[in-house]
Structure formats: structure tokens, C-alpha cells
Ligand binder design. Structure first.
Ligand SMILES: C[S@@+](CC[C@H](N)C(=O)[O-])C[C@H]1O[C@@H](n2cnc3c(N)ncnc32)[C@H](O)[C@@H]1O
Length: 347
């Protein structure tokens, strides 16, 4: 495939506009390896033609295939381990203690904000089941979102090959939380039902979402430029509860964003809490925001899971728990049990 400078520039611009992912001429090998099949499948004469067709969006399938092609969806169960240890031993016990006297003592909201093929949100579900004995009496919801439809389809199915299982799932967990099916191992209904999947572009406003006790936004901001990254983390602060925790990838850090974020450590694991006094007024966040409301990709589209019954939608969250930037609209779909002591946590 012989590429012109102009073609490379057009593709990189589109990749940035649609996903915020930064490509330049050094990523020509990605264009050469990932896009030729799209040219064939969608009968495009060349890359310029492909870019025009994606932009025109007359056939949404071209855009979806383009997004699937440009996203890197590498992931594994319990990736990096230490964040899950920090979650289990520090972040969650503290969050649960902090809300133990509130009306919402037994409600937990998680967001896996770039969930890829689902290993991250299912790892969160497993941690919760292992940490809280009577988890089924709790009102727990893990929202898992991604930009890639291919990633979401595979995540929603929840079936993993032997190779994928070997990356993070030991035999004990495999036998407890998965069952053998044709083509691999399927996540059990108890964990699957804790997770709901939606299509969501992190560049777009977080409308009708949150607040969350825990956000995992890992290994996605590494693809964004600094202003977009900074803006993304600002907006994530806006959808965290008062004692909420943000986990980022092991090669990522919020230290560069100054005092806005407070790092908390547990052994090798690290997570962040927003410094509420340093958040600044809503207006200043909005004024400097790089969100792209006019990007014509859809923002929230639930992935239908026909295997599981739909659960009723929750009432709005308690005002005390609502962050001032977050719309008071829950993502929960699990019925809320009455509040009771939180003595069932394994420490
Ligand atoms: C490398 S994977 C990370 C998966 C998981 N969080 C982990 O750490 O293992 C990056 C994911 O980010 C998604 N992604 C890229 N750009 C995005 C955007 N603008 N909005 C939402 N998701 C995006 C990709 O589709 C991909 O699934």
C-alpha cells in the first residue's frame, strides 16, 4: 500500500476527531496494517475515499468498522494486579465505611470507562463477589463502556478463549466464575448480571451518568493528547462520589495535573481522589473543556443482552452523594435492598 503524505494526514485527522487517538506519520504502519481490509469490504478506491465515506456516515457500518480498526483493544483479566489489590484492601473498604451510615450504605456504582472486551469489568465483578459475602443483597452496578462496537459485542457475550483465560484467571477462579462452552469459557450469570454495557465516547459529555464510587479509566487516555487527557480527568472528577476512587493505567499518572488529584497508595497499587477544594467552579471546567458534543458518533447505546432479564431502573441517588457536576440520574438497574450493617466485608 503506497501512502501519500496527504492521505496519512487525512486519516490521522479523522482518527483524532472520532476517538481523540493521536496518530501521526510514525503510525503509518497501523494505517497499512489495519485499513486495507476496510477498503476492500466497503469498496473504497483509496484512503481518501474511505475517509470521505466515514465522514459522510451514510452507511454507519463503515464508521463502526473504522473505529474498530483504529482502536487498540489489548486487555486482560486483573490487569497489573496491584490496582485490584488496592481496590480490595483500601479503596473499597474505605468507601463502604464512609457510606455505612447513609441511606445508601449498600449501594455501589462502578464504571469501567474503556472496557474493551470485558475482562476489566468482569474482574471488578469477581473482586466484589470475593470481598462481600452477601453481595446479592447489595445494590451493585458496574457500567462498562467503550467506543468500539466490536469490543462491546465481545464483552457482552462474555466468552473467552483458553489463551484469554490464561491471562489472569487461575483454575480456581475459572471453575468458580466461568463455565465451559463451545469456543471457550463463559462468565457466570452471577458476575455477568452485575455488568451493563453501553457504547460511549469519552470525548463526549458525561450526560445521564454517575455518580460512581469507583472508576477504572485505564490504558485509554495514553492515546489522547494532554489537553484532552486533562479535560477527561477533570470530567471524571465530576462523576465521582465524595469518597470515590479513580484508577488509571500503570503507565499513567495524574501527578502532572497538580493538586487537583490526591494519590493514595496501597502496596504497589495507586488510585486517586479528587481534591474537592481544588476542583474549581463548574464554569471554568466547561470553559476549558475539550469535549466534542458535535461528534456525530452515538454516545450511549446499550448493548442488548438477550440472555439476561432486564432489571428495573433505580430511583435518583441521595443528594448528599451527588457530586455538584453530575446529573442526578443513576445508571443502576439492580433493586436496592434496605440498608443494613456492612459486617460482611472480608478485610
Ligand atoms: C487498551 S484498551 C484498555 C482496556 C482496559 N481498560 C484495560 O486497561 O485493560 C483501550 C480501549 O479504549 C477504547 N477507546 C479508545 N478511544 C476511546 C474513546 N474516545 N472513548 C471510549 N473508548 C475509547 C478502545 O476501544 C479500547 O477498547
Amino acid at each position: 500500500m503506497k501512502l501519500t503524505e496527504d492521505e496519512i494526514a487525512r486519516v490521522c485527522r479523522l482518527v483524532d476527531e472520532l476517538a481523540g487517538i493521536q496518530w501521526d506519520a510514525s503510525k503509518t504502519y497501523l494505517i497499512e496494517s489495519r485499513l486495507p481490509s476496510l477498503l476492500r469490504d466497503h469498496k473504497c478506491n483509496d484512503l481518501t475515499d474511505l475517509v470521505s465515506k466515514v465522514r459522510a456516515n451514510l452507511n454507519p457500518q463503515i464508521r463502526a468498522d473504522f473505529v474498530d480498526a483504529i482502536t487498540t483493544r489489548e486487555t486482560l483479566f486483573f490487569r497489573d494486579e496491584s490496582p485490584f489489590e488496592a481496590l480490595r484492601h483500601k479503596a473499597l473498604p474505605e468507601i463502604i465505611d464512609a457510606k455505612s451510615k447513609s441511606t445508601w450504605a449498600r449501594r455501589l456504582r462502578f464504571w469501567s470507562a474503556a472496557c474493551s472486551s470485558g475482562q476489566e469489568p468482569y474482574s471488578l465483578g469477581i473482586v466484589l463477589r470475593e470481598l462481600i459475602d452477601d453481595i446479592d443483597d447489595w445494590d451493585v452496578q458496574i457500567l462498562a463502556t467503550d467506543l468500539s462496537k466490536a469490543a462491546l459485542a465481545s464483552a457482552s457475550k462474555g466468552v473467552y478463549s483458553d489463551f484469554e483465560m490464561s491471562r489472569g484467571i487461575d483454575p480456581r477462579r475459572r471453575d468458580k466464575y466461568f463455565r465451559k462452552v463451545e469456543g471457550g469459557w463463559k462468565i457466570c450469570d452471577e458476575v455477568r448480571s452485575m455488568v451493563s454495557f453501553s457504547e460511549r465516547n469519552l470525548l463526549q459529555p458525561f450526560t445521564n451518568i454517575g455518580p460512581f464510587d469507583v472508576i477504572f479509566c485505564r490504558n485509554v487516555a495514553i492515546y489522547f493528547d494532554v489537553p484532552v487527557k486533562k479535560d477527561l480527568f477533570n470530567r471524571l472528577a465530576g462523576v465521582l462520589t465524595q469518597n470515590g476512587a479513580l484508577f488509571v493505567g500503570s503507565s499513567e499518572s495524574l501527578i502532572a495535573f497538580g493538586e487537583r488529584w490526591k494519590p493514595l497508595h496501597h502496596c504497589r497499587g495507586i488510585f486517586y481522589q479528587p481534591n474537592r477544594e481544588n476542583l474549581g467552579p463548574v464554569a471554568s471546567v466547561a470553559a476549558t473543556s475539550t469535549v466534542r458534543p458535535s461528534t456525530p458518533l452515538s454516545t450511549v447505546r446499550p448493548v442488548t443482552n438477550t440472555a439476561l432479564p432486564r432489571k428495573p431502573v433505580m430511583p435518583p441517588v441521595a443528594p448528599a452523594a451527588v457530586n455538584r457536576f453530575a446529573p442526578a440520574k443513576p445508571v443502576a438497574t439492580v433493586p436496592r435492598p434496605a440498608a443494613s450493617p456492612v459486617s460482611t466485608i472480608k478485610r
